[in-house]
Design a protein around this ligand. Structure first.
Ligand code: SF4
Length: 746
């Protein structure tokens, strides 16, 4: 813009879990360029193609900036007061007539990339009081929470691979060369893996696809989708059989080792090889190499969670780490200590349990306060007391990202009322009666409440807003506060400051209860220009490295983070056992009863007939689920939404590269362009997820030019991991045949 000054702003990238530092060039009211912040304490200048489009994403002309109200089958822009009045008129009667469970929520994964999501969703959910809470967690990661809940007593205590110090890294179902890591925040994950090799270490990838990560690995092993639990049990069996179990410093802090030995007896490498397709001798070799390495870590990710035995697999990942003494030691897997939390000082707690309530239709147990999203359509479609009649989505697109999405899409059309907090009219929000768009990421402050608790090195960073507020826009904290006040009867016109003040007072009362300092004395000491900043200041000052409101000089506070725009390094991860453990025994409890009973199911499935052809997903560096397909720079180039198939299967099915093929499962059918490649193993086909932008009523003009097909038309809502309720998205039985043009139907 002519005459506008140009300045630099620093910001943590909110577009994936890697938490890279960005250096933004700001001209006037626009971010005109983004590059890696070379002085950032964690990412040291690394950036991926998504981060480089930060300015384009935030300035996307299709992005909504004012509320939209649905009239008939069209959405029209309206003022904020009219939008909130419509929500009060639509939502309150449903709650009053049918009770809180008649309102369902779906929380998408962008919520873990905003401060509003970390701070303001909980009060909203509490205000409504519905048991019908769903989220992306039961699409991709609930098995890890459940296994950690049983092992450590806390589903949020997730050990991450200490990739910067390990000698041997075994990765299953993870592709950080494309994803940049998940449930392990490690900016420049590829660079960190190259460093493992440069210092003489090794990393091995186990995956049904030869991913980019596998191409760089010291070894890649194909595995039949959904069978990682068998491979890992084969490793555990070998560790016991060859006397390789050595708890090291964990001795005295682990219970259930003998029970694991008993459970592993049925899973010798020679028994499991026929199921998982990894040679028995290689399974034994992995166990020996892992046990012999000075330090080693198993890291399992999406491919280990989105399967029938997801929780068992996630559990076995940690069992191998425990049995080889690699849990909680440098170079193994370790528990981060984020700056906004105050750690407990002694081990022990109430432990973890599921099933405090069950879903109405299928009787699926509650896990971590929510129900499996695989049963959301059941709850909307099935009449009776407790039927879901109203729906609230926050930053989610379940029509593309949840199983049998064709059925869910139809179910959403039958709701009495729906409201979406979302910047786009997408495949899901097109059903909403009201869409409330928050201001874009450049106008928000940012602190990673979620990912600093998963970082492979302890650090803290806060980014103030890079751009001034949009005068006609609304901050997401204010949006969620106003929804909360509507739910509690405060009315559509209630001032969100009422909730902001209440939340700060509650935070100070908690500090007061813990420290004895009167809340009234602390309040004048709290800093911040924004309600989320003030809550962050309280959390930082009373957190693990905090200044305790002056009692700990030099400690962290919002002011310290503002003085350090490239972040503050808090050092390598430190051992935290036993104090991190919240199990009733205060030990790592290896054999919780639900885990043991699911091993029976795994054993029974050893002899099961395997399907001829199964579907798996895949991730691309330029994509993150369905969020970023409306940015020209991220979707240009060759068509990425192809059906990958091995040459042997292609020959058997008379398919050649570039053909169109129909792919059919129990749930639905799509037609996709065939890509013949030996990057997938025989018997496996692969489609990326997050595509299918060809539905009417959306406003995604760029994505619509390259719509792709929705792989979740094929995934089956009836298939879930029993222990966690997580959807099974990998290993879907499919039939493939030559067909005409590429479309989807269900
Ligand atoms: S790796 Fe993730 S956090 Fe880093 S620049 Fe890319 S999208 Fe942003």
């Amino acid at each position: 813009m002519a005459g506008d000054t140009t300045r630099t702003a620093y910001r943590t990238c909110p577009l994936c879990e890697a938490a890279c530092g960005l250096e933004l060039t700001v001209t006037g009211d626009r971010v005109v360029a983004a590059r890696g912040d070379r002085d950032h304490v964690f990412s040291h200048g690394f950036i991926c193609p998504k981060g480089a489009t930060f300015g384009q994403l935030t300035a996307d002309p299709d992005r909504l900036r004012r509320p939209m109200l649905r009239r008939g089958d069209r959405h029209e822009e309206v003022g904020w007061d009219e939008a909130f009045a419509a929500i009060e008129a639509g939502l309150r009667p449903v709650i009053e007539r049918h009770g809180p469970d008649a309102v369902a929520f779906y929380l998408g994964n962008p919520n873990v990339h905003t401060m509003a999501g970390g701070l303001y969703l909980a009060p909203l959910l509490r205000a409504v009081g519905s048991r019908n809470i769903f989220s992306a967690s039961t699409v991709d990661q609930m098995p890890k929470h459940v296994s950690c809940g049983y092992l450590y007593g806390n589903p949020l205590a997730i050990p991450v691979p200490d990739v910067d110090r390990t000698d041997f890294l075994l990765m299953l179902g993870a592709n950080p060369w494309e994803s940049n890591g998940s449930l392990a925040t490690a900016a420049d994950f590829p660079g960190r893996l190259k460093a493992v090799q440069a210092r003489g270490g090794r990393f091995v990838v186990v995956d049904p696809r030869r991913t980019r990560t596998a191409e760089h690995a010291d070894e890649h092993l194909f595995i039949r989708p959904g069978t990682d639990a068998y491979l890992l049990f084969g490793i555990v069996h070998t560790l016991f059989e060859e006397n390789l179990v050595d708890l090291g410093a964990l001795t005295g802090h682990v219970t259930g080792v003998d029970q694991v030995r008993d459970l592993a007896r049925a899973f010798s490498p020679e028994t499991v090889t026929g199921v998982c397709a990894v040679p028995a001798e290689r399974i034994r070799g992995l166990a020996r190499e892992f046990a012999a390495a000075p330090t080693a870590a198993v890291y399992g990710r999406i491919g280990t969670c989105t399967v029938e035995f997801g929780t068992l697999t996630s559990w076995l990942v940690d069992v191998v780490n425990v049995l080889t003494g690699n849990l909680d030691r440098p170079g193994g897997v370790m528990f981060p200590l984020p700056a906004h939390l105050r750690p407990q000082t002694r081990p022990g707690g109430k432990g973890f349990r599921v099933g405090r309530w069950h879903s109405r239709v299928r009787g699926l147990p509650e896990v971590k306060g929510e129900l499996p999203v695989a049963t959301l359509a059941d709850e909307i479609e099935t009449p009776g007391e407790g039927q879901v009649r109203a729906f609230v989505t926050v930053a989610g697109n379940p029509v593309l990202s949840t199983p049998n999405s064709g059925r869910l899409d139809r179910a959403l059309g039958g709701l009495d009322f729906m409201v979406s907090v979302d910047p786009y009219l997408n495949e899901t929000t097109r059903h909403a009666h009201v869409v409330l768009p928050p201001t874009d990421a450049a106008r928000k402050g940012h602190y990673d409440f979620s990912f600093l608790a998963l970082a492979v090195r302890n650090f803290a960073a806060y980014s103030p807003p890079a751009l001034p507020p949009d005068p006609g826009g609304m901050d997401e904290c204010d949006i969620l506060a106003r929804l909360t006040l509507i739910a509690t009867g405060g009315g559509a016109g209630a001032d969100p400051a009422v909730l902001h003040d209440r939340m700060l007072e509650e935070a100070l009362q908690r500090v007061s209860a813990a420290t004895g300092h009167p809340a009234a004395d602390l309040r004048p000491l709290v800093n911040g220009d924004h309600p989320a900043e003030r809550l962050l200041d309280v959390a930082l000052r009373t957190g693990a490295y905090g200044d305790l409101f002056g009692a700990q000089p030099g400690g962290l506070s919002l002011a310290r983070l503002l003085e350090n725009p490239h972040g503050i390094d808090l050092g390598p991860l430190q051992p935290r056992i036993p104090s991190v453990l919240r199990t009733p025994s205060g030990t790592v409890e290896l054999c919780a009863a639900p885990i043991v009973s699911d091993v029976d199911r795994l054993r029974a499935a050893l002899d099961r007939q395997r399907d001829d052809l199964v579907l798996v997903g895949r991730r691309h560096l330029r994509s993150n689920n369905s969020w970023m397909h409306n940015v020209p720079a991220l979707i240009k180039g060759r068509d990425r939404c192809t059906l990958q198939i091995h040459p042997m299967d292609a020959e058997r099915l008379a398919l050649t590269d570039g053909d169109d093929a129909s792919v059919t499962s129990r749930a639905g059918s799509v037609s996709a362009r065939v890509e013949v490649t030996d990057r997938v193993m025989p018997g496996v086909v692969s489609l990326p997820h997050g595509w299918g932008h060809d539905l009417p009523g959306t406003r995604l003009s760029v994505a619509a030019t390259r719509p792709g097909v929705n792989s979740n038309v094929l995934t089956d809502e009836l298939a879930t991991d029993v222990l966690s309720g997580n959807s099974v998205l990998n290993g879907i039985p499919v039939a493939v045949k030559a067909t005409g043009s590429a479309t989807s139907s269900s």
